[in-house]
Design a protein around this ligand. Sequence first.
Ligand code: ADP
Ligand code: ZN
Length: 534
Amino acid sequence: PGGVAPARFATAAEALHTVFGFDAFRGEQAEIIEQVTSGGDAVVLMPTGGGKSLCYQIPSLLREGTGIVVSPLIALMHDQVDALVRNGVRAAYLNSSQQPAERADVERAYVAGELDLLYVAPERLNTESAKQLLARGKVALFAIDEAHCVAQWGHDFRPDYLALSELAERWPDVPRIALTATATDATHREITDRLSLSGAKHFVSSFDRPNIQYRIAPKLEVRKQLLDFVRSEGVDAAGNPVSGIIYALSRATTEKTAAFLAANGVNALPYHAGLDAALRRRTQERFLREDGVVIVATIAFGMGIDKPDVRFVAHIDLPKSVEGYYQETGRAGRDGAPATAWLAYGLQDVVQQRRMIDESPGDLAHRRRLAQHLDAMLALCETVQCRRQNLLGYFGQASQPCGNCDTCLEPPASWNGTVPAQKLMSTIVRLQRERRQKFGAGHLIDILRGKETPRSRQYDHDSLTTWGIGQDLSEQQWRSVVRQLLAQGLLATHGEYGTLTVTEASAAVLAGRHEVALRTEPERITRSRGPKAA
Ligand code: ADP
Ligand code: ZN
């Protein structure tokens, strides 16, 4: 027997108080809810923690029928549905983790009009059987969460999202709301186009998270730097440890780093997709319930984790994109109290990521996109501008210097790096021309500093005219020069070994027509004389 879930409340305010226990709407929530409840489409760009869920949950409670929520993350689906059910909302989900009997039960409840909200994974919604099922009941609205997944330009593209445009054709009278926390202009346009939302109203919130202090440091001795950071930022005013997340690229690094921190008295636990599911669940529970737990994780951790008082997010490897960095750092300080986003990165990160891009499957256009994402991330790292201004500028939002990031608080000194850049570039050009050999940063720096190695002897590099002309800079300083030239597009790296090459823009530097300004970086941190860190 078919049925229609009735409207549960007369007004949005009533639903807000009764179901969620909140006093007032935040930001543009009220306007968004009004738009969708009255049957209009909406595109919502709102930062993580901004309160996107209510924007479709409340209209689902105000309209007749069931709100269908497309969500790509099964774990997040479970959490949201559990929380809704606890608040007296009739919510359920359909995904691949279910037994057939459980699924049949949910389907029956939907058709009978017994559900206010139904969460569906995109790959399931795209099946004909799922569409036929939806047609047997009444849909109140479609919410497309994580809508940036439809954007091929973006960092999180999922092909299943492309087929969601069909919803508009099949249910022309049902309002649709697309939501995302990533909002470059390009992604915004793609969401609008690909999901057929040209008639939608757009709600773009500010992406500023004023309580987060952004700091980006060159990677020197990363473990020591991290330990110093955790010791200084990892305690509150009363000296009690606070909660934090440390992101690393590889599973092995998360485990080693967690063990290192634990050996130094930090309550640190590793988390990555390769760990046993039960252990992951326990780790997540401890992070949510206990004070002062620090999780060292791959980016598998954090999606859908709603912990308001995370006081810091640290990255010990370079994130692959500004969007990713913004999303991950956005998990800090959701309660509005001061929080820190700290990142350490080095030349090795750049080389490694270029290599991963070169080796990544997919066409040239895809690899080019990945390279552009990395370049934008590097530009953020190397900027002498306000970090926040650069970050918001990336999302198309103009702002003033914030006064609360590392470059605002300690404006980086800069120096004229034209001559070292010329020395490096001419060495590369000579090597390319004369020997048709290609070398990475390490060997080039050895040549400039005149360091004898088996390799330099093998290739007769001590006969180069640039041999030893860079002894005025330390190896560390040379690495910084290389990194900054890469970030400025004045050098490029290729292939497995991070071969350095000149770019079109290098010519102007070599000809003396372009002056190179470089950040002055702190000298290598001297080792503490205390007990050696484990
Ligand atoms: P997003 O999906 O945008 O990251 P959520 O919908 O998960 O954000 O909301 C973030 C947090 O803010 C949640 O803890 C949520 O309960 C809370 N929240 C959302 N709207 C309000 C509101 N109007 N008043 C108080 N808290 C809110
Ligand atoms: Zn600033």
